[in-house]
Design a protein around this ligand. Sequence first.
Ligand SMILES: O=C(O)CCC(=O)C(=O)O
Length: 253
Amino acid sequence: MTPKEQFESQGFYKIERTFRREFIQELAAELLTGLNVEEGIRIHNQRYIVTVPLRGAFNSPELYANPNLLPLFKEILGPECILASVGAVVALPGASDQHIHSDYGPLFSEKPDLHRQLPTYAITVGIPLVDIDVTNGPTKIWPGSHRTNRQDERVLLCGEMGDCYFWDYRTLHAGGSNFSDAMRPLLYLAFTRRWFRDFLNPDKLVIDEETIPQEYRALFPIQKHSRIAESEADFKRNVEELFSFRKTFDQSH
Ligand SMILES: O=C(O)CCC(=O)C(=O)O
């Protein structure tokens, strides 16, 4: 089976040594220096999402247009796919298991079964910024659940710095408990079909457009650039509204 076929059958895929380890170490050092998770969004006990601007070491095609990933994402999502958001999920020591969820609900709520038959429209990519093993909070994933919604067989996504894994927005997953005494930062990038707009997740894309080489500009959604102008306070307020909306949405689906 090709990587695309495996991804489409399992709803996730892992690639070892996607990135240079030194590159990931550089990203980790930059993110973790002075990181205050309280400035991010608390999504669960001891688990936070922080925005990661594509600046400094993060402003690199090695990250957002990686040759080991982007061609595959274009195969899966179409050649016009976009990078919709970039952030990190930080599980602090003591973080407990997150609830099992998918990253999005049915596109057409009147036809929930159709949702699981559709081709992939969005992908979340997880990039460990520390080596992740069973002790420090691997993401748990349920193979095939993008098609079946079943929660039987479970896989733990462990990975070293340089590895990455990605899942279909519909695949069931959950952040695992962090039993270690260090934080577990997982960088994430969301790639989507060009027409898709995610209104359920607190995504934020911060780029300085003029620093992106012309050949990569098509990778970024035009409307979202306006978010750069928003203040952090506006953004936090939006996210709080989004979460209260999402809670109602999750309960009714
Ligand atoms: O922390 C993780 O490993 C996964 C987090 C996640 O799935 C989420 O926040 O939606």
